[in-house]
Design a protein around this ligand. Structure first.
Ligand code: GDP
Ligand code: MG
Length: 367
């Protein structure tokens, strides 16, 4: 029988030149007596790392309570275009209680950390400095879940718009709690309660209305409400998130931004998820590898180590990793290079396989 006929009996109407989805492939395998295994790129990479004695999941599972220490929440700002995401990230940068003395945040490295003081306690919050959900989805697509909390910016003079809904859908799908920043409350005609009303339709009910989402009225332009917003982020983190990591091991994390710098070569901003990254460490980020030659923070200060949730700019990679690529510290340079090379080979193979997948059923029948 032709493959089209087999597929027809499986309840699939197929034409001779169509490509098949994974479920159909599996059913076809059963029908024809082959065991078809579909391996995801994530599984493949996991196996690749296991060949080097690295099992990152097992590593995390084995961590004991005593090894875990509190870390800063990592926050992404999302919302409709022109609702004030960039302004808000600026205003938050200026609200840092520590950098005030150190001269402020001078470097845009893709992420920054600010400090918020409440009742005499100073705590850090890490912000991903790329507004919008493109960055969020790009990272998620690579399997990197870097965001703990999303700040949803909604302009009080405009209201819920298509990208507002898109952003909250992304956050909710990823199980990331949302804090709503009702922005532009300084404007005439601003109606913050209308925003609260509109968002009830999307399961975001303000605390003061009996729900469990924190809404904060802000003016990014005037710097109003920023402290309250930071406080809301910390309260949301404390209410439902267990933000702890083991700082006492080789670093694992994510590259959030990377580019080629004329003078310094490949530079990447990385966020450590667990462990501590140190100058001199051999690292692999995606298919890039190298040794950490130097690290800088968002104040352009040289730093010698980065603990969990502390973003740093890393110099010393041989090539530029992609935003959202995971990174790990390897045993030595050689291991780092080998992992990077194997990954590059796997990527090439996947590219080839993609092209071959377009092979038509017609070709199958001829064979
Ligand atoms: P984004 O597209 O979400 O990044 O929005 P921007 O941060 O670029 O802001 C869009 C416009 O709104 C700019 O002209 C800002 O100056 C203005 N804007 C942002 N926040 C406020 C605010 O709190 N009040 C007022 N009046 N204007 C604001
Ligand atoms: Mg912007």
């Amino acid at each position: 029988a032709s493959l089209v006929t087999v597929l027809f009996h499986l309840g699939e109407m197929a034409t001779a030149t169509q490509s098949l989805d994974e479920d159909t492939f599996e059913a076809l395998g059963v029908e024809l007596g082959y065991k078809i295994q579909i391996v995801s790129p994530e599984d493949e990479d996991k196996e690749l790392l296991e060949d080097f004695g690295l099992d990152l999941d097992a590593e995390l599972e084995a961590e004991t309570d005593e090894e875990l220490e509190p870390r800063a929440p990592i926050v992404t700002v999302m919302g409709h275009v022109d609702h004030g995401k960039t302004r808000l990230l600026d205003a938050i940068r200026h609200a840092d209680v520590i950098s005030g003395e150190a001269g402020g945040i001078t470097q845009h490295i893709g992420a920054y950390q600010v400090h918020h003081e409440h009742d005499g306690v100073t705590r850090a919050i890490t912000f991903i400095d790329t507004p919008g959900h493109e960055a969020f989805t790009a990272m998620r697509a690579r399997g990197a879940q870097v965001t703990d909390i999303a700040i949803l910016v909604v302009a009080a003079d405009d209201g819920v718009m298509p990208q507002t809904i898109e952003a909250l859908n992304h956050a909710q799908a990823a199980n990331v709690p949302i804090v709503v920043a009702v922005n532009k409350v300084d404007k005439e005609g601003a109606n913050p309660d209308k925003i609260r009303q509109q968002l009830t339709e999307y399961n975001l009910v303000a605390e003061e209305w009996g729900g469990d989402t924190m809404f904060v009225d802000v003016s990014a332009l005037k710097g109003q409400g920023i402290d309250e917003l930071l406080q809301a982020v910390l309260l949301t983190a404390d209410a439902g998130l267990d933000l702890r990591a083991n700082p006492n091991k080789d670093a694992r994390g994510v590259a959030v931004e990377a580019h080629l710098d004329k003078g310094r070569g490949a530079v990447a901003t990385v966020l450590v998820n667990s462990g501590t990254l140190r100058v001199g460490d051999a690292i692999v980020a995606g298919t890039a590898h190298g040794r950490v030659r130097a690290m800088f923070d968002e104040h352009d200060n040289l730093v010698t180590e980065a603990t969990p949730a502390r973003p740093v700019l890393v110099i010393g990679l041989t090539s530029v990793p992609g935003a959202g690529d995971s990174f790990i510290v390897a045993e030595d340079d050689r291991t780092a290079r080998q992992i990077a090379e194997k990954r590059a080979a796997a990527e090439r193979a996947a590219q080839l396989a993609k092209r071959r997948k377009r092979i038509s059923l017609e070709d199958f029948n001829k064979a």
